[in-house]
Design a protein around this ligand. Structure first.
Ligand code: TXA
Ligand code: MG
Length: 325
């Protein structure tokens, strides 16, 4: 891992890493981000691997401006008003995925919505411009640690897991961006952050707090209602070592049972990063008419396997009753 000063040359080198599917930690005005190419499933899998999080949670895609955002999300009047007032800046908007949106499915954890923001930090902007694509970036820390506001924090937390850290000095805002969900009938504040609720309400009127949504115990009882949860409509059978004629098989590794109606292999080589990159696309491809049930082969409970299994267990517990949000 190297810490570099932001110069024209290091931005070009960082953008090259990103377009090669590698990760770069970079400053934003809120906190440092662990960036990867938001359109590359493998790069997004590498983000989850480096963070060591046992779950796939949806990530924010960083763009230059509203014009660029419109290529990836379905824009709205509220989005336009908020973006003209607060972008670039510490406000993340959750909007429906645009048709043909290039954002990786893993970056949105399989959801039909995309969280998007235009950061104001000049280094973040230079990197997005040079890479020529949206950058997916959660805070640049290991899972469970606090968000880093200095390059040294990133180095302490992630170390060799990130090849390059761009040192842009301390982050001026110092807390994460506000996350506002505009994909529902009425706007909902999902995470308080750098832009205040009052400031947002001054632009679009009253917004609801996420307490209004089912979370916590209620969500555990009915996981299909959890906003950040994608599950197939068909029942899911885990730890499958055989496959039925009415089943779609989500395979893993070289030894695949025969007999399924349709089979997709997450990774014939048994590579967990490849499996994570394929997970949502293959689940969706198997979740289709004619398939009675999705059978999933065992996935090792190590590294990215934890997050893959977490997602599969939730899909199985959901028992086809999800509203697919
Ligand atoms: O300030 C920030 O937002 C920093 C910098 C790097 O931009 N990023 C950051 O990302 O805090 P992360 O991954 O740590 O937080 C993303 C938040 C999470 O609370 C996640 O649940 C929410 O955004 N989120 C992302 N996509 C979503 C979606 N499609 N629907 C609902 N919530 C979403
Ligand atoms: Mg975080």
């Amino acid at each position: 891992m190297t810490i570099v000063e932001p110069t024209a040359a290091t931005i070009v080198a960082a953008a090259k890493l990103l377009t090669d599917g590698k990760l770069v930690a970079f400053p934003t005005e809120t906190v440092y981000g662990l960036g990867g190419d938001a359109t590359n499933e493998r790069a997004v899998a590498a983000i989850f691997e480096a963070k060591g999080r046992p779950q796939f949670n949806p990530l924010i895609s960083h763009v230059l401006d509203a014009g660029e955002a419109r290529r990836f999300v379905r824009w709205s009047d509220s989005a336009e008003r908020l973006a003209s007032r607060f972008w670039p800046g510490a406000l993340t908007l959750v909007l429906p995925r645009a048709n043909g949106s290039a954002i990786a499915l893993l970056a949105t954890a399989g959801l039909d919505t995309v969280a998007i923001r235009a950061p104001s930090h000049p280094v973040a902007q230079a990197l997005i411009r040079e890479a020529g694509r949206p950058i997916a970036a959660p805070s640049a820390n290991r899972s469970g640690a606090i968000s880093p506001t200095r390059a040294e924090h990133v180095a302490e937390s992630l170390g060799a897991r990130v090849p390059m850290i761009i040192d842009g000095g301390p982050c001026l805002v110092g807390v994460e961006s506000t996350v506002l969900d505009l994909s529902r009938d009425a706007p909902v504040l999902l995470r308080p952050g750098g832009i205040s609720r009052e400031a947002i309400e001054a632009v679009i009127g009253r917004i609801a707090l996420s307490d209004a949504l089912p979370t916590g115990d209620a969500a555990r009882r009915s996981p299909g209602q959890l906003a950040s949860h994608y599950a197939p409509a068909r029942p899911v059978r885990l730890d499958a070592t055989t496959a039925g004629a009415d089943e779609g098989l989500l395979a893993f590794g070289p030894d695949v049972p025969s007999g399924a109606m349709l089979t997709f292999n997450l990774s014939p080589a048994g590579d967990l990063a490849e499996a994570a990159a394929n997970l949502f696309a293959m689940m969706r491809a198997l979740d289709r008419p004619g398939i009675g049930r999705i059978a999933v082969m065992p996935i090792p409970e190590t590294g990215l396997g934890l997050a893959i299994n977490d997602r599969l267990r939730r899909a199985a517990a959901d028992d086809g009753k999800s509203d697919r949000r």
